[in-house]
Design a protein around this ligand. Structure first.
Ligand SMILES: [Zn+2]
Length: 248
């Protein structure tokens, strides 16, 4: 990346090089095997890891929560505790969710039009910003905690934290307080979060705006990747036809 402009530097052949940036999750080169190599070199917890642009490029807060929920992996789980099947689920769900995000937004960033705060995009999100609502899989309430300053939504039933990770995660999970109006007879952090009037976090238009930004980022990265791949394919075709011409 060019430090001055923030633009990718183009290598000979047109492949974009992002210094210190992880691979594009929708790129052809991003195979399960490649993902396994990356994740096995890391020790961090999954949520901050997914948001780390040096790990993967372009995964934002909203789709990180959605992918972890879909893969049934707790956001505070350590990368080192993942089994091969967990790695595969996470790989598949990150790709599936990012591709869906692109499809839903049409073929180009320019197609995006804000839904005027009607919250329509939020209907496609199964866990993000749904604290206190029933999990779409098990109907238990979705929980919200703050990890690295980012709101994090998950189902503690579907996304179990292995025993080895529980002790270290306890201080973060303590931030999860009950919604007292719904659980008047309970004490302690039994159900879900929510403190104060702004506890639900963003308003519907704010979530839509955040989604639009994530979509634009995902789309822009996917466009760059497919352009680079097209350039590589064209170069390979040219080389092959040159070889054929020479051979004949
Ligand atoms: Zn659940």
């Amino acid at each position: 990346m060019d430090a001055a402009t923030g633009e990718p530097v183009l290598e000979a052949g047109g492949a974009a090089v992002f210094a210190g940036t992880g691979p594009e999750p929708l790129g052809d080169a991003f195979t399960l095997r490649a993902f396994r190599g990356l994740v096995r070199a890391r020790r961090g917890r999954l949520k901050p890891l997914l948001l780390d642009q040096s790990f993967l490029a372009g995964v934002g807060n909203i789709y990180a929560d959605e992918a972890l929920w879909a893969a049934r992996l707790h956001p505070l789980r350590s990368a080192t505790t993942l089994r091969p099947a967990d790695e595969r689920h996470l790989y598949q769900e990150v790709r599936r969710i990012l591709s869906e995000a692109i499809e839903r937004r049409g073929s180009s960033i320019d197609d995006y039009t804000a839904p005027d705060g009607d919250g329509s995009m939020q209907e496609h999100l199964l866990v993000y910003q749904r604290a206190g609502e029933p999990c779409a899989r098990c109907r238990r309430p979705v929980r919200r905690i703050v990890v690295g300053g980012r709101a994090t939504h998950f189902c503690s039933w579907c996304q179990r934290l292995p025993a080895a990770d529980r002790k270290g995660a306890a201080p973060l999970l303590r931030g999860m307080t009950p919604r007292r109006s719904q659980t008047p007879n309970r004490r302690g952090g039994r159900w879900t979060e929510l403190d104060g009037p702004a506890a639900l976090g963003r308003t519907a238009p704010e979530v839509d705006a955040a989604l639009a930004r994530e979509h634009a980022r995902i789309r822009a990265r996917a466009d760059r990747t497919s352009r680079a791949a097209a350039t590589r394919r064209a170069a390979a075709r040219a080389a092959a036809s040159e070889q054929t011409a020479r051979g004949s």
